[in-house]
Design a protein around this ligand. Structure first.
Ligand SMILES: *Cc1c(COP(=O)(O)O)cnc(C)c1O
Length: 404
């Protein structure tokens, strides 16, 4: 059992008002709020050890390097990676996917195929389109059904020895669907394909286990797990990170540079060119500590309660339709109300203090599938409450009255 009142005290922003009303923050799938420990860790870093890392012999540089590398070890443990050099610090999920897809752009050739799914965020579509354009490979898409679940029998027919990569989201940001990721990975491996898992929407709810999943790559963003923006992690199996070419050239990623030829540094530095987001990388470790302190099992159980409660309450509203009704689903509810544009609802509920996302959620193919311009998306975190859901429901009802 979580003490939600105490947890909410950890998040100063949750006690502010918006438009004269108490803030109800239901845009957690876009970014999570930050606990005080994260804010304090940022301040503490700049006030006590700020220095560049991996290069100075001076004390501050050593302290900053140690803290950065300790964070890498912590993240290695958190995702259960075999080696710490399989953990690459990035600027976020988008960066991580681009790094991997860019590498595959040089490894793929004509006749090869890349599989993504109908549930992908644009950032797990567009980089693969680049890779296909560059290499002549073909992009194939696993379709979904009306519940927002992937049709695995169709996946079976897409898979062949031509398939070189399967890039798939663990959880859909627009619909909340939890994909049967392990089964998808096993099937990809059966034809010799590598798998990249987009974990951006899963990591706020689930502690990933990359050894158990056996995926080649797993990417996620720091800001969605209570960490700073501009941080993220790319996990890659050692042999695959060695196979991929470097993404950016510069300082830190080299072994030796001459004008004739440059040799690259070993992992993880090969993929960490230039001065990184040092404080961000360190503080991401603190954010993960904070979440582990609450416990992912507790988080999942409580968020399931919120999901069930929110679904039941919202469905009381006449003409309300929920998009994404998968059996396995996380605490995201995407909905529309008959004959009302989602944007108009979003504006009115904001006036009442409720922050929801409206639009296509960077998943236009999903909106096209349902033939809608967008949805209103309420996404719950462990610091939200049923009382807040009641406020959302009242706000939506009010908007409906005003707009119809
Ligand atoms: C948020 C999100 C992304 C993009 O993450 P950034 O932090 O914006 O790079 C990609 N995929 C999914 C499923 C997401 O939810």
């Amino acid at each position: 059992m979580l003490d939600i009142k105490a947890i909410r005290q950890d998040f100063p922003i949750l006690s502010r008002e918006v438009n004269g009303k108490p803030l109800v923050y239901f845009d957690n799938a876009a970014t999570a709020q930050k606990p005080k420990v994260v804010e304090e860790a940022i301040k503490n870093y700049y006030e006590t050890i700020n220095a560049n890392i991996h290069r100075g012999v001076h004390t501050l540089s050593q302290l900053a390097t140690d803290a950065y590398e300790e964070s890498r070890l912590k993240i290695q443990q958190h995702v259960n990676a075999k080696h710490s050099h399989e953990i690459i610090f990035t600027a976020g999920t988008t960066f991580g996917i681009n790094l991997v897809a860019n590498g595959f752009g040089t490894l793929l050739k004509e006749g090869d195929e890349v599989i993504v799914s109908a549930l992908e965020h644009h950032s797990n579509i567009v980089p693969w389109q680049f890779a296909c354009e560059r290499s002549g490979a073909k992009l194939r898409v696993i379709p979904m059904n009306l519940e927002g679940e992937l049709i695995l029998s169709e996946y079976d027919t897409l898979l062949s020895e031509k398939t070189k990569v399967v890039a798939i989201t663990h959880i859909s940001n627009a619909l909340g669907t939890i994909n049967p990721i392990k089964e998808i990975i096993i099937k990809a491996h059966a034809v010799g394909a590598a798998v990249l898992v987009d974990g951006a929407q899963a990591t706020p709810h689930i502690k990933p286990d990359v050894i158990d999943l056996d995926c080649e790559f797993y990417v996620f963003s720091g800001h969605k797990i209570c960490g700073p923006t501009g941080t993220g992690i790319l996990y890659g199996k050692e042999e695959w990170l060695n196979k991929l070419p470097p993404y950016q050239g510069g300082g830190e990623m080299i072994k030796q540079v001459t004008f004739e030829k440059t040799t690259y540094a070993c992992l993880p530095h090969k993929f960490e060119a230039g001065t990184p987001n040092i404080s961000g990388g360190i503080v991401l470790g603190h954010a993960i500590d904070y979440l582990n302190g609450i416990g992912f099992d507790n988080i999942a159980a409580y968020e399931k309660e919120l999901l069930d409660y929110g679904t039941a309450r919202l469905l009381e509203i006449d003409g309300l339709k929920i998009y994404g009704t998968a059996k396995e689903k996380t605490s995201v509810i995407s909905f529309n109300i008959a004959n009302i544009h989602p944007y108009d609802i979003g504006v009115i509920v904001d006036k009442l203090g409720v922050a929801v996302r409206t639009g296509h959620h960077c998943t236009q193919p999903i909106m096209d599938f349902f033939e809608i311009p967008g949805t209103i998306r309420a996404s719950f975190s462990f610091y939200n409450t049923k009382e807040e859901i009641d406020i959302l429901v009242e706000a939506v009802k009010k908007a409906q009255t005003m707009l119809s």
